[in-house]
Every structure is written in C-alpha cells, then in structure tokens.
Design a binder for this molecule. Structure first.
Ligand code: SF4
Ligand code: SF4
Length: 305
C-alpha cells in the first residue's frame, strides 16, 4: 500500500490522541535485542515478575500474536501534567488506568483500518508479550535511554505506548537512529542503584518494581524517597526525557484524591476508601496491605529525627 495510506492512518492515530505514530515491518526482533532480554532473564534481574520469562517465542516474533501480521503500528500517548511535585504516586498512575484508555483508542483506530483498508488488526497495551520499546524504536518514534525508558526527541518520556498489529502492509518508517547522550544523570540519581549505565536495569533494585510488582520486604539499603507507588526519578533528571510535550489525554489528568494522598492516610485507610481510590486506576495493582506497608516505610523515612 502506498504512503497516502500510511499518512491517513497516522492522521487517524493523531486524531485519536496519539502524539506520535510509526510503522515497522512485523517480524522477529533482532538477535541482539533477543539476547539482551534473554540475558536479563537469565541473570534473574526481573525479580518475581515470572510473566517476563513466559511466551519467549511470541515476545521474539509478534507474528505469533496475530496470524498473518505484517505491520506493527506503534503509537505514543502523552500523560504528563505539570504540578503536584509532592505527590506520593508516580505520575503515570495519577489519572485513569492507561490500559483501558489506550485500548479503547487503539481499537477505534484498528476498526477504521479494517473498514477502510481491510485485513485484521489486534490492539496491544502492555498485556501481551510485546517488546514495546523495541518496536517504538523500529517504528521511528524514539530511542531507549540509559534509564531504560523510551525517549521521543522533543517529546520526552511521559508517554504510554500501545501497538496495533495489522495483517496489511505499508512501507516501514525508518528506525530511530538518535542515541542517548549518556550524561549518566539517571544512573547517579537512581535511589536503588538499579541502572548499570549501559541501558540495563535490575528490577530487584528499582523502586518501580519494588513498590508495584514485588510483595517482599524492601532491601534495607533502599529508601523510598518521595513516594509509595512507583518512581519517576530517572525520568525527571533526564534532560531529554523530562519534557511535558502537551497533548496529554484528559483521562490522565491527575485525580485530586490521588494528588492529595498522604502516607498517613494510606496507613490508616480502610477497604472502602481503598476501593474508591483505586477504582479505574492502575493503582489497583497494589493491594491495600502492601500500600499500607509502603506508606509506613515512607512515613518513617520522612519523620523528623
Ligand atoms: S524508576 Fe527509580 S528506582 Fe527505578 S531505575 Fe528509575 S530512578 Fe532507579
Ligand atoms: S539522564 Fe542522561 S544518560 Fe540517562 S537517559 Fe537521560 S540522557 Fe541518557
């Protein structure tokens, strides 16, 4: 199919709220990318996220996620809103759950593609074994920094990624050739020393993993710092990633009940208030007893001597 098709689909994605949309030929990920991932798993750096080790073949070749897929359409949706610097919840989780928000928008784009150009599509939002950042780079959106985050030139890292697999074919965009400037501000600032300076991250020492995925006690040498849920430090210190691009979706506007939340409130929160807090939010991933535990650590670390 010709460039006009691609530009029409890209326009449709932008109309649906994406800040960037790119196209890559669907096929196996590069041998180097597969090796990097396999080495990360073999070293146990995924911690207790056992799902990271499952479905290796699908993760290495998304054609196994949609029969006959020829194209990966990678879309980035902005979530960054300024303000609320003292909030104890990571920026990405202050609004509504991105899984629901992006899926709805991607499925709308997918229906348009099927109706207009034929073929089949499948929308993916962090729920299938898909190398999202790898495909975003292949589709020309941006590059992966030493902080392990996707950095979109001029837009930064405050984006969620979603993909459409499509059985139709268009000319792929050029992969992004920009590189991280390697200033190492993220490595120096990381509270858990999780970043190895070469693009690798040991989840077992990363506060995003430790506060959201992990259910064990925190390593005694890692302090929670600012928050109870997630960590934005390596994004905020990055000169290329710390950009508020505009165009953040209204669904991601910070909810007042989240931005006003304190560690003390969380510590004494009952199940009714918890249900109201996490309804429709990515925060529901963390059960109340775990949030209470994290809140007690945060309160202790910020208490005056
Ligand atoms: S999210 Fe926080 S803990 Fe994890 S790598 Fe970035 S700075 Fe380190
Ligand atoms: S802080 Fe520096 S080294 Fe780290 S990702 Fe950003 S530009 Fe790269």
């Amino acid at each position: 199919m010709n460039d006009a098709v691609k530009e029409d689909i890209r326009d449709r994605a932008i109309d649906a709220g994406a800040v960037r949309c790119g196209f890559a030929a669907c096929g196996p990920v590069s041998a180097a990318a597969r090796r990097l991932y396999d080495d990360w798993i073999a070293a146990g750096r995924q911690g207790s996220m056992e799902y990271c080790g499952r479905y290796a073949e699908q993760r290495a070749d998304p054609r196994l996620l949609l029969d006959g897929a020829q194209t990966v359409i990678s879309c980035a949706f902005a979530y960054g809103y300024r303000g609320h610097d003292g909030c104890i919840v990571s920026e990405y989780a202050r609004g509504l759950d991105y899984h629901t928000v992006l899926r709805r928008r991607l499925e709308d784009i997918g229906r348009y593609i099927e109706d207009t150009y034929g073929g089949q599509t499948r929308a993916l939002v962090d729920t299938a074994p898909m190398r999202e950042r790898y495909w975003a780079v292949e589709a020309g959106l941006g590059y992966v920094g030493v902080n392990n985050q996707l950095i979109i030139p001029g837009i930064g890292s405050r984006v969620f990624l979603g993909e459409l697999l499509w059985t139709g074919r268009v000319e792929p965009d050029e992969a992004c050739s920009a590189k991280c400037r390697g200033c190492m501000a993220c490595v120096r600032a990381c509270p858990g020393h999780a970043l190895d300076g070469e693009g690798g991250c040991d989840a077992r020492r990363c506060l995003s993993y430790l506060t959201i995925e992990c259910r064990d006690a925190l390593p005694p040498d890692i302090s929670l710092g600012q928050g109870c849920y997630g960590c934005d430090v390596c994004l905020r210190v990055c000169p290329e990633g710390n950009i508020y691009p505009g165009g953040a979706l209204p669904e991601f506007a910070p909810r007042p009940e989240v931005t006003s939340l304190t560690a003390e409130q969380l510590q004494s929160m009952g199940s009714g208030a918890y249900k109201r807090l996490v309804a429709g939010s990515a925060m529901r991933r963390v059960p109340l007893p775990r949030l209470r535990y994290l809140a007690s650590l945060l309160a202790a670390s910020t208490a005056p001597d």
